[in-house]
Design a protein around this ligand. Structure first.
Ligand SMILES: [Zn+2]
Length: 69
């Protein structure tokens, strides 16, 4: 007599829904990586790289790039 395992337990990974809050909202300025100021102005939609936006900080006037997602 043996124990028959008829069913194999299957653990399905729950798909994580990454719902973006406020998706589609234009002009979401990121914070400056240098001084942390949220006042950043977009200077270019396309930087030297395709997926990069160029910003300039109004606080310290330092340019920085933000990778688009
Ligand atoms: Zn800054």
């Amino acid at each position: 007599m043996g124990v028959r395992r008829a069913a194999v337990e299957r653990v399905e990974p729950a798909p994580e829904k990454a719902e973006e809050v406020g998706a589609g909202k234009e002009g979401r300025e990121p914070a400056c990586p240098w001084c942390g100021s949220p006042e950043a102005e977009k200077v270019s939609d396309y930087g030297p790289h395709l997926m990069v936006c160029q910003y300039i900080c109004r606080g310290c006037n330092s340019p920085f790039e933000v990778i688009k997602r």
